[in-house]
Design a protein around this ligand. Structure first.
Ligand code: DC
Length: 220
């Protein structure tokens, strides 16, 4: 079974997808980490952040592997190196390059082969797995997303700076030529603004159980 979740930055996709993966015994894939890994490698090798050709070359050279839910890049576990302001902005920019998206999408699809997976990102329900068994679109206001990021305390930015960064990333994510963030018609829409993590998880799990149930009764 493929469960796909999309939504803007800071809406709680990864926290919730991880929890559901544990609960339902699914394989969790955070697609944003693939774009972050491309940005990390490009910046680490002092690649030109303005040269699309060089960025595509970097993306092509990346060897992605997921072991126990963690992303390995070229054989090294890199997840702890992927979250800082430079990578936030570079991954947002690089992910608008169509060829980079094609390379990442291919890697995402091959990581998911023949598994029960839950994958989250921006274009999972629309481009990567339009045929997913279940699709969700998570949403929340900019103020709430900025406040959540601020409380996570992972960045030294002020609340106002975090808010401005989220607005910029939303703009980039929604205005990509290919793979832009949008709500699929058949995705279940969940506004997470005033829900706890457990409340959102329950809604998703109810849908998964409902689908499993209907598959079982359809088979019998
Ligand atoms: O989910 P995240 O913030 O870790 O993602 C990092 C960047 O990658 C983000 O700016 C949007 C981009 N991204 C994308 O374009 N498509 C995806 N499926 C996932 C992430």
């Amino acid at each position: 079974m493929i469960v796909a979740i999309d939504g803007p930055a800071g809406v709680g996709k990864s926290t919730i997808a991880k929890k559901i993966a544990k609960k339902c015994n699914f394989f969790y894939i955070n697609s944003g980490n693939f774009y972050r890994a491309v940005a990390f490698k490009h910046l680490a090798y002092n690649g030109d952040p303005k040269s699309e050709a060089e960025i595509v070359e970097t993306a092509r050279s990346c060897n992605f592997l997921i072991i126990e839910g963690k992303l390995f890049l070229d054989g090294k576990m890199v997840e702890h190196l992927l979250r800082n302001k430079e990578i936030d902005m570079a991954s947002s920019k690089f992910s608008s390059i169509v060829e980079v998206r094609n390379i990442v999408n291919e890697a995402l699809r091959s990581s998911a082969k023949s598994l029960d997976i839950i994958m989250e990102g921006r274009d999972i329900t629309t481009v990567v797995f339009p045929q997913a068994d279940l699709k969700f679109y998570f949403d929340a206001s900019v103020d709430i997303r900025a406040a959540r990021r601020f409380q996570q305390n992972e960045s030294d930015l002020s609340l106002q700076d975090l808010k401005e960064e989220i607005i910029k990333r939303d703009y980039n994510d929604r205005n990509k030529k290919f793979g832009a963030l949008k709500r699929a018609n058949d995705a279940v829409y969940i506004d997470t603004s005033y829900l706890t993590i457990d409340e959102v998880c329950d809604k998703v799990v109810q849908n998964i159980l409902g689908l499993k149930q209907s598959k079982v009764s359809g088979e019998s």
